[in-house]
Design a binder for this molecule. Structure first.
Ligand SMILES: *Cc1c(COP(=O)(O)O)cnc(C)c1O
Length: 365
């Protein structure tokens, strides 16, 4: 996997210019930075001046700390059981408090004021204290000993036109809660409601921070009709493999039969060591997927746990060691994350996340 960190810089600066200089940016590195190299990406965000980093899991947060990134604030997006609180506090991680039980666990565990973020659910229906009782509960939490409410946030993600209106309404509910807390005398240092879609559509809020993920990695968060994504750059620029075997004529198609992939092949086939274990996924039955070999599209015949078979009929002089472009540009063709998602009938994250494992990552700066 080739990962272009200068594209990450570019996207970060673009987001900065979109939200303005007074808004804090807390980039999300959920799912091990979407498989793009957790530590490299987190370090880059720190160098770019991110005010904090939003982490998906305890494991990822520990990896960042162990890599020596000790002086950046880490906000935990992932939820936890109350029993997990001492472990979070001992590693200088700011827990998300999404239940009263968690708030009490912080008060019980903290020996000195511990910074926490409180999450409010304004209608997405996932983690968070319900909006209806958020005001009272946040006041109650703020009074607990050694509990320092550093941030209050919500999540209002959407993916289409209908979602825009929904997000505007829901965000105004959140704004009202924050305003009421102010009236109650509670000043909250960090408030946050916008993720990628909210930043792109400039959903109005009175918050002082944003938490984008997708767009920083150059993954379009909305359909092209809603937002022209052209100015963002993909951070994942290539997935490459090499041919480890060429079978000159696939006269006997039983090599790949009996299976739903069975079909006759005119010329040779090739094998690459890029299987499901690496993140490869078969296309939908009604889609033909390709990889590019020597500038020519080669239909993908099968994907198994460790290997993938290509139809090399149209490839001139295929040989062991030839480079295979699974994602990227070559020969006038461009296979993007969106292309792979279309072939697989899934979302871009569904394509990306299985790649967190074995493939080597090359970070270009
Ligand atoms: C995942 C997540 C984000 C980032 O979402 P993107 O759509 O990738 O920008 C922001 N806030 C919260 C609470 C999240 O869980």
């Amino acid at each position: 996997m080739e990962i272009d960190l200068s594209a990450l810089d570019h996207n970060y600066r673009l987001v900065e210019s979109m939200v303005g200089p007074d808004i804090r940016i807390h980039p999300s590195v959920k799912s091990a930075a979407y498989g793009l190299g957790l530590v490299e990406v987190a370090r880059r965000f720190q160098e770019l001046g991110a005010d904090a980093i939003s982490c998906g899991s305890f494991e990822d947060a520990c990896t960042i700390r162990e890599a020596g990134l000790t002086d950046i604030e880490l906000v935990m997006f992932g939820g936890t059981l109350p029993g997990g609180i001492p472990a979070l506090l001992s590693r200088d991680l700011m827990p998300t408090v999404h239940t009263m039980e968690l708030a009490r666990a912080v008060a019980d565990a903290a020996k000195k004021p511990a910074k926490i973020y409180i999450k409010v659910d304004v209608g997405w229906g996932r983690l968070g204290i319900p909006a209806q009782c958020a005001r009272e509960r946040i006041i109650e939490i703020a009074r607990m000993p050694n509990v320092a409410v550093e941030g209050v946030y919500t999540h209002v993600p959407f993916t289409d036109e209908n979602g825009v209106q929904w997000a505007i309404e829901r965000t105004s509910i959140f704004d009202e809660i924050i305003q009421n807390l102010k009236k109650d005398g509670l000043e909250i240092p960090v408030t946050q409601s916008r993720s990628s879609a909210g930043v792109l559509m400039n959903i109005p809020d009175n918050c002082n921070s944003v938490a984008p993920g997708s767009i920083l990695y150059g993954k379009p968060a909305l359909p092209g009709e809603l937002f022209d994504f052209g100015r963002f750059q993909p951070v994942l620029t290539a997935i490459k493999s090499r041919i480890i075997q060429v079978s000159p004529t696939a006269a006997d198609t039983s090599v790949i039969a009996p299976s739903r992939f069975a079909r006759s092949v005119k010329g040779s086939t090739g094998v690459i060591p890029y299987g499901r274990r690496d993140g490869n996924r078969a296309a939908l039955p009604d889609q033909q997927s390709y990889a590019i070999v020597n500038g020519t599209p080669a239909p993908i015949l099968s994907v198994s746990s460790e290997l993938c078979v290509l139809d090399l009929s149209n490839v001139a002089n295929p040989a062991i060691g030839n480079e295979v472009i699974i994602l990227g540009e070559a020969g006038g063709y461009n296979i993007t994350l969106e292309t792979l998602a279309r072939w697989q009938g899934s979302g871009m994250n569904d394509v990306l996340l299985p790649h967190r494992g074995r493939l080597a990552r090359k970070h270009l700066s």
